[in-house]
Design a protein around this ligand. Structure first.
Ligand SMILES: [Mn+2]
Length: 339
């Protein structure tokens, strides 16, 4: 039986895509700042395909890559544009895992009106900014889309590419826990294991290899816990000098509390500049909340950056989150008072 491949968009655009890949010019491949496992994984895997096709390319992020992904073969090929900016423009560019072009930060300067842009993503934002767009919101990760793309194009998925793609799917599904985890995500993961990667080792490297300073920061964040709206909103965070370079996943602790329906993690990355992550465990679409603060993301997981002081951030955010919270459902009949 044919397994689910990309949405019809790809099928109609496969020729256009091949034409895009057939060019000779150097390709810029970029993903979003604050890169997560899917950003890094999809970038490395795409680079692996371009190596096979002998297409010259630059893999870039407008940020430093979290060190926990340094075990991935290909990590050192990623250029940090904050340290090493681009000084030219490109005829063609690939943008991975970015729901809006603004998410690539300074890399936008390397893209002009005449740049052909291939956008590969699984976010839903309504911003279809590429000349060619492979956007599948049913996919758990951009890495999952790339697996299908490589399969459809007949690209060999090497062990290096498999480790990168597995990392993307593992992290974007919260270790196959989030609602975006489908049968297809697991089929793809299973196929990647057949390429000789070790799922246990990859998971250990990503989740059980935390530097002490990061664990200390997590402890401080946990200690900062605040609950609002009858404990339905849980907020944790790091301000001032407390923050650390890698806080991916910290928000999950706020979202692990019994009864917490909405979870917030904030981190003061620069003075009065906060990175804010939101999680929903109810029907509230937190991408709508993030959008109101100039960010974006998914229904269950989104984020934004906020410039200002912490008190203002909390006041504004809690007010908006409380607006979205549905009224508490009437309690079950056994608890209904008699009379
Ligand atoms: Mn992703």
């Amino acid at each position: 039986m044919e397994t689910l491949r990309l949405n019809s968009l790809l099928k109609t655009d496969l020729k256009e895509l091949r034409d895009f890949l057939n060019g000779k010019s150097e390709m810029l491949v970029v993903t979003h700042f604050f890169p997560d496992g899917d950003a890094v994984g999809s970038l490395i895997a795409f680079g692996g395909m371009l190596d096979q096709l002998e297409i010259p390319h630059i893999l870039a992020i407008d940020d430093a890559c979290p060190g926990k992904y340094s075990f991935l073969d290909g990590f050192s090929e990623i250029r940090n544009l904050k340290a090493d900016p681009l000084d030219r423009t490109f005829e063609r560019a690939v943008i991975l895992d970015a729901g809006a072009i603004s998410r690539i930060g300074s890399a936008q300067k390397a893209i002009t009106k005449s740049t052909r842009v291939l956008n590969i993503d699984h976010h839903f934002t309504g911003d279809i900014y590429g000349n060619i767009n492979l956007v599948n919101t049913q996919a758990a990760a951009t890495s999952e889309i790339l697996f299908d793309l490589f399969t459809d194009l007949g690209i060999e998925i090497t062990k290096k590419m498999a480790a990168a793609l597995y990392t993307g799917i593992l992290t974007d599904t919260g270790r196959f826990r989030f609602a975006n985890t489908t049968s297809h995500s697991m089929h793809v993961a299973a196929d990647l294991l057949l390429k000789g990667i070790d799922a246990g080792v990859l998971t250990e490297n990503i989740y059980y290899n935390m530097p002490v300073h990061q664990m200390t920061a997590l402890a401080k964040a946990l200690f900062s816990i605040e609950l609002y709206s009858d404990n339905r909103i849980c907020v944790i965070g790091l301000d001032g000098d407390e923050t650390t370079d890698d806080t991916e996943g910290f928000v999950e602790y706020a979202a692990s509390i019994k009864g917490a329906e909405l979870a917030v993690f904030y981190s003061e990355t620069e003075q009065e500049l906060f990175k804010v992550s939101l999680r929903s465990r109810c029907d509230v679409d937190v991408s709508l909340v993030a959008t109101r603060f100039g960010g974006g993301g998914h229904q269950k997981a989104s984020g934004f950056r906020f410039r200002g002081n912490l008190t203002t951030l909390k006041q504004r955010l809690i007010t908006v989150l409380a607006e979205y919270l549905p009224p508490v459902a009437p309690s079950s009949t056994s608890e209904t008072p008699l009379g």
